[in-house]
Write a protein that binds this ligand. Sequence first.
Ligand code: DAH
Length: 359
Amino acid sequence: MDGLRERYLSEIAAATDEESLEELRVRAVGRKGEISLRMRELGKMAPEERKVAGPELNALKQEITSALMARKSEIADAALDERLRTEWLDVTLPARSRPSGTVHPVSQVTEEVTAIFADMGFMVAEGPQVESDWHNFDALNIPAEHPTRTEMDTFYMSHAVDQAHPPHVLRTHTSPVQIRAMKRLGAPLRVICPGRVYRADYDQTHTPMFHQIEGLAVDRDISMANLKWCLEEFCRAFFEVKEVQLRFRASHFPFTEPSAEVDLRCSWEGGRLKVSEGDSWMEILGSGMVHPKVLRAGGIDPERWQGFAFGIGIDRLAMLKYGMPDLRAFFESDLRWLKHYGFAALDVPGLHRGLSGAA
Ligand code: DAH
């Protein structure tokens, strides 16, 4: 029995993994193991012999079983130590290298404008860039023969036009999103609609694709006074100045009545724009009270609701605020230009910490 014990205990001590321990367990104390077989032989022994051999075998079985368990936990501890030694992570390393791209000024300004209007309770709505000419024109009180259709230098989509396929255009402004938002959301409503628009035009201040942001507020008893306050607040926040002076100049848009173009007091001294100084006025947007026909086209009863609307050129705002002289450069993807005028990739504009990061 002593030989048995020594053999197993030394084999257990020499085992280095769980599988060989298990194999040892089966061989020693398993159902057909060496010690179990010996125990089965107890029955054939003389009673005196059995009295001695029985307890000894039991004690041996217990000793081997606990040696197996002790070795098993030693092996598990060693395995854990090994994992802790090899599987480690330096959490002080930076997660990523610094982003090398920049945010395009158009994206930056879109975010800035959106942040300002979101703060005033406007939600963002979007519409398709390939738009039905009903949404782009008719619904906005621009009938088929209206001169605006040609003034806007519209790009038409070429496809067969019939009852089932009315004509489509590349939208010439973001105003059709007003119609979609009214239909989808009903009154009351406050939305802004940023996006791309298209016109066949190309010079220093015009590109065939550019960006607008449309604003629309519909509620009871909305007036030009609400429009004026809203636009003044917007300009103060956007140009990051305490005061602005706006001039509402009577104008005409088919979709608003009355209509006003809005000019901002500024100076161009030294070639740089200064808001609220000097004697120059610069046109920044078109606006007005939503025409009753337009409300009706959006499924809203003009007897019960009024609204104001405005449309701003995003690229133009960007040029003014960040002093970029030529619009065409916006869309040339020149890396030097993007590095110079672009914004840090992880700098998200927000009202609480200054829109452009300069404040
Ligand atoms: N849609 C006009 C344009 O592209 C801009 C505009 C003017 C939008 C007046 C409006 C508005 O909502 O009320 O020139």
